[in-house]
Design a protein around this ligand. Structure first.
Ligand SMILES: O=C(O)c1ccccc1NCC(=O)[C@H](O)[C@H](O)COP(=O)(O)O
Length: 199
């Protein structure tokens, strides 16, 4: 079964709907974005999120001390690196805390897929651009990968079944489950239904 990550949750109702749908992961964005949450907001949201759903902290070139503090406080259970973080950053992060790391790659060419394949991160995530853009990359490029990956960028209920048929490890969605900039329960339900019913 393809796993589901619902990203960019910001409100208590988003968490309530996620708890009902029980995705495999939810994402809190700590990077500069209209979806950014403060540490305090994320801590409050984590408290009401089902205990068995890991919260993924999404960062762009964030100082490691800050990322590690959020892990130690129990606010996040996984780290997603969405900037220009390199192997040295991942090594240093692992010395600080022991949680699964997802490294995001912006995919424009077969070379980007090759680079992603070499990452030492626990998981790689293939995306269109800087993150949360609502745009898809050319998914046919992913066929060259010989490791599991999160498929992200421009997913929505209308293309969820096609995405699931590529058999990624997980699908990651944000813009495509929003209406007027906030999460939309109906779209969240429909997205999860279409992913789960593909099998
Ligand atoms: O979501 C954001 O605003 C964001 C900002 C900066 C870095 C990463 C960000 N999101 C990361 C995600 O994991 C998104 O779910 C992923 O990029 C897909 O986004 P979308 O195309 O909107 O579904």
């Amino acid at each position: 079964m393809v796993k589901i990550k619902l990203c960019g949750l910001t409100r208590r109702c988003d968490i309530k709907w996620a708890n009902e749908l029980h995705p495999d992961y939810v994402g809190f964005v700590f990077a500069g974005s209209r979806r950014r949450v403060t540490d305090g907001q994320a801590a409050q949201l984590r408290k009401i999120l089902r205990e068995d759903i890991p919260a993924v902290g999404v960062f762009v070139d964030e100082p490691i001390d800050h990322v590690a503090a959020l892990v130690r406080q129990g606010v996040i259970q996984m780290v997603q690196l969405h900037g220009a973080e390199d192997e040295g950053y991942i090594r240093e992060l692992r010395r600080a805390v022991s949680v699964p790391v997802i490294q995001a790659f912006s995919v424009r060419s077969p070379e980007d897929i090759q680079a992603a394949g070499k990452s030492s991160a626990d998981f790689i995530l293939l995306d269109h651009g800087t993150g949360g853009t609502g745009q898809a990359f050319d998914w046919t490029l992913a066929a060259a990968l010989d490791r599991p990956y999160f498929l992200a960028g421009g997913l929505h209920p209308g293309n969820a079944a096609v995405a699931a048929e590529l058999r990624p490890y997980a699908v990651d969605v944000s813009s495509g489950i929003e209406t007027e900039g906030v999460k939309d329960r109906q779209k969240m339900v429909e997205f999860a239904r279409r992913i789960r019913h593909t099998f």
